[in-house]
Design a protein around this ligand. Structure first.
Ligand code: FAD
Ligand code: MG
Length: 337
């Protein structure tokens, strides 16, 4: 090869390589009723980001309880009238939700829709409902009544409604992981409105450092951090969606027995699992169950860790998290179980 030609070949290769490894910034879009950000680091391409967000928008158009045209919207509108052909995504999430509903004896219940609508938390119309409307909503809740026959779903009582707000963001995160694996991408941070998936590790042998937010402050700083890799981290807390009326705070995690927001000692529950749908369903379930029953519930599960923060600024953790947590806000302390 002549020296000049060799020079151009090398120059081209270097430019090409550096173009290949140049990071495309993370992408953020409003979808699933929240702000979703995906960061693929040096493997990010416009085409892959577009594929991911197209999937998220498609999932919203199937699973949203706020859209009359979604699969869930149609199933809900046909309650007490007819069964509706369900998409595979709807059946997958519903079956998983029913698993947690059964295991928690209805503390988590995907038929919570009428109660969610009665409270309207997260909308401009949020207000404490009348006792009557709470009783009416409670009478419609019951995961045991949902009929799944093949790909048909039937809600037998008029007014019954499915709501996957406590589980579907986790499912969506797992679906993104599938897309990434199909592209051989093994390093990413997926953040679906606080439903996090930290895929792979930050660098070879180096974990991601994940912070847990101050549960008493919206957009608060983190109070602790811990190293993790290849895990989903999902938090349910009283600070995420709430409104105030007559000086009292009403948050969005609802008690299927009383019909009111869950009242216990907890500020937040964080679940760690390689399966994000499981982490999402569990964070809500365990929050409803409360500190004692909730901890017993997760202690019995394999490959799941949990972190509870209560109103006395005490942190309880499952055994797999011992020694990993670095507290950054000294008003919080880890107590033994
Ligand atoms: P989690 O603790 O994971 O879940 C709390 C949510 O679960 C509640 O908001 C309620 O929906 C449900 N829930 C409450 N109590 C229980 C219980 N006991 N058992 C079972 N479930 C319970 N928000 C909007 O404002 N507008 C939208 O158009 C909109 N569309 C959405 C579409 C999809 C497909 C999804 C998944 C979510 C959508 N959201 C929308 C957001 C949704 O309403 C919730 O606010 C959000 O999912 C709560 O997630 P979280 O992680 O904060 O809390
Ligand atoms: Mg949840």
């Amino acid at each position: 090869m002549k020296p000049l030609l060799l020079f151009f070949t090398i120059t081209f290769s270097v430019v090409f390589l550096s173009t290949c490894t140049m990071e495309i910034p993370p992408r953020t879009e409003f979808v699933l009723g929240t702000v979703c950000t995906v960061n693929l680091y040096e493997k990010g391409t416009e085409a892959i980001y577009t594929e991911i967000f197209a999937r998220l928008h498609a999932l919203e158009s199937i699973l949203s309880a706020n859209d009359d045209e979604s699969n869930i919207g149609k199933i809900n509108a046909s309650a007490g009238i007819a069964s509706v052909e369900a998409k595979q995504e709807t059946i997958t999430v519903l079956q998983e939700a029913i698993k947690y509903a059964t295991a928690s004896n209805g503390a988590f219940d995907p038929t919570i829709g009428p109660l969610v609508k009665a409270w309207n938390i997260g909308t401009d119309y949020a207000a404490v409902p009348s006792k009557n409307s709470i009783q009416k909503a409670l009478s419609l809740i019951g995961y045991q009544n949902v009929k799944i026959t093949g790909n048909l779903i039937y809600l037998p009582k008029k007014g019954m409604k499915l709501d996957f707000g406590g589980i579907a963001k986790g499912y969506a995160a797992d679906e993104i992981v599938k897309i990434l694996v199909s592209h051989k991408i093994h390093k990413a941070i997926i953040d679906l409105g606080g439903n996090i998936y930290a895929l792979g590790e930050k660098a070879p042998g180096k974990s991601w450092s994940i912070g847990i937010r101050n549960p008493e402050k919206i957009d608060g700083e983190s109070i602790l951090n811990l190293p993790i890799k290849n895990l989903s981290i999902v938090t349910s807390g009283i600070y995420e969606r709430f409104f105030e009326q007559d000086g009292k705070r009403y948050h969005h995690i609802l008690d299927t027995k009383t019909g009111y927001p869950v009242e216990n000692e907890l500020l937040s529950v964080t679940i760690f699992s390689a399966n994000s749908m499981q982490a999402d369903a569990l964070s809500t379930t365990v929050f409803v169950l409360g500190p004692v029953l909730g901890l017993q519930f997760v202690d019995g599960l394999k490959n799941v860790e949990a972190l509870f923060i209560n109103k006395n600024h005490e942190i309880q953790i499952t055994s797999g998290l011992r020694g990993l947590i670095k507290i950054t806000d000294p008003t919080y302390k880890i107590i033994t179980q």
